[in-house]
Design a protein around this ligand. Structure first.
Ligand code: SAH
Ligand code: SF4
Ligand code: F3S
Length: 469
């Protein structure tokens, strides 16, 4: 039970909290949980300017993360006018920097690693009661810790469900295994329970989350016998579920069954983010990715064979130590052959403690940027080709929110291929959670615009709802 002094400001009003989130979907999901946990304790969400508690959920995957966190702390200090301001740093930078975060500013009084987020509501209450104290929770946990589920006030149509923590892969450039710890698969019964609960509350699409989802069940912490393919098949058949997705799988762990699922499971959406990182065998080897170009391309071919309209996207790192122009040419060649409809590309940056940070032959930033431009230019062309091929086709869109694009009353959502689609309405109703049959009329740079053909009534909703050829 939280003492009332830790819930109320001196003037008797409820203490406000504000969460700033950087990084991957896992951080977004952690922040969503924290929002619910703090609200359940009696705190209220507040604007940054007057919140007493400000949490920064940090990411350290790329480019100067500590500097970014320090800049965020400075911004909070300049915008926030609450005399009792307490800042908590959580997420991957907190894990990496630990108690050194306390030196950023006196008001930074709580640090908490991703594994310990379950402790955070109690730590924050203590920090409010004892304004001169500092609190740190940084240990890894040996297994996947279940978090108390809190009743939701708003249920989004897409539910994100964690199936694991951490990663065992140690790609040589990557900090994640150091910040999120070893892979620990979650108990499948807890996963099914969370999925069922989300569906009962109105979610119709589920996105399974993890750093290497298709290695689910293969780690030392696993106490059951479900593989990733089992898990996907089990969840795909949950009554009331219309769409299932997952991110991110690792190419080396993609099994025949994982591929076949795209042909066999009606609810599994025909879209896959399959991080490639590089198309060059020598770079892939030095990255410790566990596959080569041939294996990656054969996976891509098998996925297109299973479902010819599957939309593939990827992550690419350019300027990895020792990367040559010929290596980059390989990457560009594989991108063309794989026909990625989207990609996220990054300049390699050293992460303290990773193997690649000690590799020789670092690539100068100017060369990295040139290569990034080459990747992005090609991707723009591939994306345009893909989006152009979609104009005139029919599909189904699950609306997620009101859209800021264009004039009039617009809503945006995704089609089964994971592409964002914007629709215009001539009323002022909230269309969130509705499925609409649409014809695609126009393409944007990264999205599509459609005209509504009709709403899909709840009674006749069928899985998948994809018509694209
Ligand atoms: N677990 C996921 C992604 C983790 S991080 C996976 O394996 O796909 C997300 C992306 O950030 C990576 O796919 C990679 O492209 C990029 N990234 C990670 N470390 C990086 C580094 N040191 N420099 C540049 N990009 C990096
Ligand atoms: Fe990082 Fe590789 Fe694990 Fe992805 S699979 S989180 S890139 S170590
Ligand atoms: Fe960033 Fe940590 Fe996610 S480093 S990408 S927030 S796992």
């Amino acid at each position: 039970m939280i003492p009332t002094q830790a819930l109320n400001n001196k003037n008797g009003s409820r203490i406000g909290f504000h969460i700033i989130t950087f990084g991957c979907q896992m951080n977004v999901n952690d922040s969503l949980w924290l929002t619910k946990a703090l609200a359940a304790q009696g705190y209220v969400e507040a604007p940054l300017a007057d919140a007493a508690l400000v949490c920064i959920n940090t990411c350290s995957v790329r480019e100067k993360p500590e500097r970014k966190v320090k800049a965020t702390v400075a911004r909070i200090r300049s915008e926030n006018t609450n005399p009792d301001l307490c800042i908590a740093i959580l997420g991957c930078v907190a894990k990496q920097e630990g108690e050194a975060c306390f030196h950023y500013e006196p008001c930074v009084r709580v640090v908490c690693s991703p594994d310990q987020i379950i402790q955070l509501p109690a730590l924050l209450a203590q920090a409010l009661l004892h304004p001169s104290e500092h609190y740190a929770a940084l240990a890894d946990t040996p297994d996947f810790r279940e978090r108390p589920q809190h009743p939701k006030t708003f249920v989004p149509p897409v539910a994100y469900v964690n199936i694991m923590q951490g990663c065992d892969n140690f790609c040589t450039y990557c900090i994640v295994p150091f910040t999120r710890g070893r892979q620990r698969s979650r108990d499948p019964l807890a996963i099914y329970e969370e999925c069922r609960h989300a569906i009962a509350q109105g979610a119709s699409e589920i996105m399974l989350l993890g750093q290497n989802v298709n290695a689910y069940g293969l780690d030392a912490a696993t106490k059951h016998h479900r593989t990733f393919a089992d898990l996907v098949a089990d969840i795909a058949h949950l009554p009331g579920l219309l769409r299932l997705r997952y991110t991110s799988p690792h190419p080396k762990d993609m099994t025949e069954r994982d591929i076949r699922a795209f042909a066999e499971l009606a609810t599994l959406c025909p879209s896959l983010h399959l991080p490639m990182q590089s198309g060059s065998n020598s770079v892939l080897r030095r990255m410790n990715r566990g596959y080569d170009q041939k294996r990656y391309l054969s996976l891509v071919a098998a996925l297109y064979a299973a479902n010819p309209s599957i939309a593939l996207s990827t992550d690419i790192i350019v300027g990895f130590p020792g990367e040559t122009d010929a290596d980059l040419a390989e990457t560009l060649r594989v991108m063309e052959e794989a026909r990625f409809c989207a990609s996220y590309s990054f300049c390699y940056s050293d992460r303290k403690g990773t193997r690649a940070s000690n590799y020789p032959d670092k690539i100068p930033p100017s060369v990295q940027h040139e290569r990034l431009l080459a990747v992005q230019e090609l991707q723009e062309r591939l994306t345009e080709q893909y989006l152009t091929s979609r104009v005139g086709s029919q599909t189904t869109v699950l609306l997620e929110r009101a859209s800021k694009r264009g004039s009039g009353q617009r809503f945006e959502g995704r089609d089964p291929f994971g592409v964002r689609v914007h629709l215009l309405f001539d009323d002022t109703n909230d269309h969130t959670g509705e499925y609409h049959h649409v014809v695609i009329t126009e393409k944007g740079k990264h999205c599509l615009f459609g005209t509504r053909l009709g709403i899909v009534p709840v009674s006749s909703r069928a899985p998948l709802l994809a018509d694209h050829e």
